[in-house]
Design a protein around this ligand. Structure first.
Ligand SMILES: NC(=O)C1=CN([C@@H]2O[C@H](COP(=O)(O)OP(=O)(O)OC[C@H]3O[C@@H](n4cnc5c(N)ncnc54)[C@H](OP(=O)(O)O)[C@@H]3O)[C@@H](O)[C@H]2O)C=CC1
Ligand SMILES: O=C(O)CCC(=O)C(=O)O
Length: 429
């Protein structure tokens, strides 16, 4: 794929400090130029519609009150109510949330689901907080956002550091403020209370499906393909499990405790069982040997799946990457400064806004089911999600061929074109 196309992104600035918002904007600018996007739509899309910053006083277990800062950024709602996860992490910041919100707009447009984009975050370290503290924090955040959230306004979901438990608290707290049970206000809920079959594994499944689609374009065979995966949380562990079940050889995995390597392939069922029995960490896993986490990204594998945080692939390590294919499970794992290097090496990249869009796709199914008051079977969810992922991949691939550009720029072109066309029909400015 990439080897036959011409690179079209601006060269990195000298001394560039990685910033996900700048990375998002530099790709957006290239796609806008390809499309000949009009100035008004460009100005509307380059900044978020709404940015909310809240102060959240929370009683801690030791009796003192700690004040947390939280954000919700709504990037755009021209395609429908805004959608996007909530991140709990000590490194959350407003620029990051703004980039993540814009990526949600592009992602929903790429898979053609009727949502705009948003993202939320709270600066906190969930690994050091008790369940009670996290519940009080989540309820305080939901209360502060009661005029932002709504089943037809803005619909949160899980992201790093959050999962079904937090989504259940959000649903309960929001329902209390509106005086009726409001299942469709949030997705990624536990199954018993309106969650969808298939949501937990949906993002990893989409990563696996788009990886196989890209491998087929590159004539890569499943049996001979080795993989390294950074991050072993929801996205990383499900990607690993589903790729392992398909017969790919997962040689390296990592989490915050370190990286682990087995040249003969890691038994992912054993790795997940070990993690579940050891406080969610792989530390001490006997089925692989510890390695330097920095070396995982440049290890001798065919496919690299970054599935943890932003900006892990930069101009500094990109020259040493050996994989032929990068499939971005995480949002924004590749800084824009690395793009020309990766492209120049002929490495294909299935970009985040395509590769990890399986999660929001099944969130959309959950929202539809909540509104219908009807539950879909696992087969129905899987078949529909796989079809959407495959069609989105083929569409992005065709655009990359048409404009002779990378899959990343092609995905932005598909997304921005849909949003811009909708603005033309709806008017309003
Ligand atoms: N959940 C979803 O449905 C979706 C998530 N994403 C994106 O996928 C990425 C991961 O999210 P998710 O899996 O939900 O988050 P989780 O919190 O479930 O998992 C994050 C994983 O990354 C690990 N990690 C964190 N920092 C590092 C690091 N520096 N090096 C290696 N591993 C690290 C964590 O380790 P440890 O557990 O040891 O702390 C954990 O294994 C994020 O970019 C998120 O935005 C995108 C689409 C949907
Ligand atoms: O499931 C969702 O609604 C959003 C998931 C998310 O935050 C993401 O795709 O980055």
């Amino acid at each position: 794929m990439a080897a036959t196309t011409v690179y079209k992104e601006p060269a990195p600035k000298v001394g560039h400090t990685e910033n996900p918002l700048e990375s998002m904007m530099s790709r957006f600018n290239v796609a806008a130029e390809i499309l000949g996007l009009d100035d008004t739509t460009y100005e509307v899309l380059k900044a978020p519609d709404k940015q909310v910053i809240v102060n959240l006083p929370v009683s801690m277990d030791d009796g003192h009150v700690r004040v947390f800062e939280g954000y919700r950024v709504v990037h755009n709602t021209i395609l429908g109510p805004s959608k996007g996860g909530i991140r709990y992490d000590k490194n959350v910041n407003l620029d990051e949330v703004k980039a993540l919100a814009a990526w949600m707009t592009w992602k929903c447009a790429v898979v053609d689901i009727p949502y705009g984009g948003a993202k939320g975050g709270i600066i906190c370290d969930p690994s050091t907080m008790s369940a009670g503290e996290l519940e009080r924090l989540t309820r305080a955040y939901t209360n502060s956002m009661k005029d932002v959230f709504g089943p037809d306004r803005d619909i949160p979901a899980p992201d790093m550091g959050t999962g079904p438990r937090e989504m259940a608290w959000i649903m309960d707290e929001f329902s209390k403020t509106v005086g009726q049970t409001s299942s469709a206000v949030v997705t990624g809920k536990p199954l018993v209370m309106g969650g969808s079959l298939g949501r937990t594994e949906a993002t990893g499944r989409g990563v696996m499906v788009s990886c196989l689609a890209a491998m087929s374009k590159l004539d890569m065979e499943v049996e001979n393909t080795s993989v390294a995966i950074q991050g072993f949380g929801n996205v990383g562990s499900w990607t690993a499990k589903l790729m392992f079940d398909k017969g790919l050889k997962i040689k390296g995995v990592s989490d915050i405790s370190g990286a682990y390597w087995n040249d003969n392939g890691i038994n992912i069922d054993e790795a997940i069982a070990y993690k579940n029995m050891h406080a969610g960490r792989l530390d001490g896993f006997p089925g692989a040997t510890p390695m330097d986490p920095n070396e995982l990204l440049t290890s001798e594998v065919d496919v690299l799946v970054p599935a943890a945080v932003e900006d892990v692939i930069t101009e500094h390590n990109a020259p040493y990457i050996k994989a032929k294919l990068i499939v971005e499970g995480a949002n924004g794992p590749t800084a824009a400064s690395a793009d020309p290097i990766i492209y120049g090496k002929g490495i294909s990249v299935v970009p985040d806004i395509l590769a990890n869009s399986g999660g929001v796709t099944v969130s959309y199914f959950e929202w539809v089911q909540n509104k219908q008051g009807f539950k879909w079977s696992q087969d129905m969810v899987t078949e529909r999600a796989d079809r959407i992922m495959t069609e989105a991949f083929e569409k992005v691939y065709a655009v990359s061929q048409k404009y002779n550009c990378s899959l990343r720029i092609a995905a932005y072109v598909v997304a921005i074109d849909k949003v811009a066309q909708t603005y033309k029909f709806r008017g309003g400015y």
